[in-house]
Design a protein around this ligand. Structure first.
Ligand code: 5AD
Length: 369
């Protein structure tokens, strides 16, 4: 038994060397121990339930031009769409009627007045249509603190905004240098979300060209230091026509998948009570990979409930799965899959991350002192 086995048996040290070793070790016993411990930590500290978020891909209109993304503004091959109010409300009702407990409204990034007002009114309408019982997560990009506040008041209670990489130098290589894609703006937006009171989620892409295992270890430390409530992260995938396809990538797809599973497991040991998603991107590399993520400590699944006619146009990366499975088929599929994981599907539960309550309660007690 080497020293890393000891680290896993006791509280995990978060020094960079240990994290890198856990992410890259070729020792099969270490790998198995890591995954087993992560599942144990999840079951003990977050529970053995899998929470659902019905994913509504509201619009692929986007003002940003992130080099890796299929819906970036400069990609002229994408047909642009925005769901109607009615379609969004119907999707939310579908989630509510099918006991999903919560939805995510995800969209390309826009910050014009019409968009801000539209999201506000959709939040209000969803509340009304679902008896205020459906929790809504927003994933609509960087916004001002005022917009975050407006949406929070209208009923958005969670927000996902990936940092993409916590390494500012790497972040710069992924985005145009036009002053509209700044690392520090992303960071500030994440800080505003927390300040506003959202359950705050972030995440990274794994196996990017130029990304090292050390950088991924630093991403884990970033999540811990930022004290996030939720993380969604998955492998980087090539996109047709992307500016990045010529870049040399040291990671092949199998390595990106393996790194992604290890990132989930190590993060679960570092932050035992947060919510961690089994992201859709995993499934592009291996159809079984989202279930594998549950076997590594993930506890959130996001069945896609976007109307089928829009699926093709919301392709952030090539070969996105589930273009033909409608919401009902998707829910049924995941219900069946979860049966083989030793976990239970959390029907009708919002599935708030326990970490959010633990950190805010701690904050209150600090204030009292
Ligand atoms: N590969 C993997 N993930 C991607 N995303 C966007 N493009 C890609 C890609 N090519 C992820 C980003 C973004 C989220 C909505 O989708 O991390 O934050």
């Amino acid at each position: 038994m080497n020293k890393y086995h000891n680290y896993l048996l006791n509280d995990l040290s978060s020094d960079r060397e240990t994290l890198v070793e856990l992410l890259t070790s070729q020792d099969p016993i270490l790998r198995e121990t890591l995954f087993d411990k992560a599942v144990m930590a999840r079951n003990l500290h977050a529970g053995n339930k899998i929470y659902f978020r019905g994913l509504i891909e509201y619009s692929n209109k986007c003002n940003k031009d992130c080099k890796y993304c299929g819906i970036r503004v400069d990609n002229t091959t994408t047909t642009r769409y925005t769901m109607t109010d009615n379609e969004v409300i119907e999707a939310a009702r579908f989630a509510w009627n099918n006991h999903l407990g919560s939805v995510v409204i995800q969209s390309g990034e826009r910050s014009d007045k019409a968009f801000i007002t539209k999201i506000t009114s959709l939040l209000e309408k969803i509340r009304e249509a679902t008896n205020d019982e459906l929790k809504v997560t927003l994933s609509c990009g960087e916004q001002t603190e005022e917009t975050f506040r407006t949406w929070f008041k209208a009923g958005g209670s969670r927000y996902l905004l990936r940092i993409e990489t916590s390494n500012s130098g790497l972040f710069e290589t992924l985005h145009p240098t036009d002053g509209k894609h700044l690392f520090k703006t992303r960071l500030r937006a994440l800080e505003s979300l927390k300040k506003t009171g959202y359950q705050t989620g972030t995440g990274v892409m794994i196996g990017l060209p130029g990304q090292t295992a050390e950088m991924l270890a630093m991403d884990l430390t970033f999540f811990k230091n930022f004290n996030v409530d939720m993380v969604g992260m998955g492998p980087y995938l090539e996109t047709e026509g992307s500016d990045m396809n010529d870049a040399v990538n040291q990671w092949n797809q199998a390595e990106r998948l393996e790194l992604s599973l290890r990132m989930i497991a190590v993060l679960r040991l570092l932050m035992k009570d947060i919510n961690i998603a089994a992201s859709t991107a995993l499934q592009v590399i291996d159809p079984e990979a989202r279930i594998a993520a549950i076997h590594c400590g993930a506890n959130v699944l996001m069945p896609n409930i976007t109307p089928l006619q829009y699926r093709e146009s919301y392709q952030l990366y090539d070969n996105k799965p589930g273009l033909t499975m409608d919401g009902a088929q998707n829910v049924h599929y995941w219900e069946e899959q979860i049966k083989h994981t030793g976990c239970l599907p959390a029907w009708d539960e919002a599935g708030d991350p326990l970490h959010y309550y633990n950190r805010t309660r701690k904050h209150e007690s600090e204030l009292i002192q």
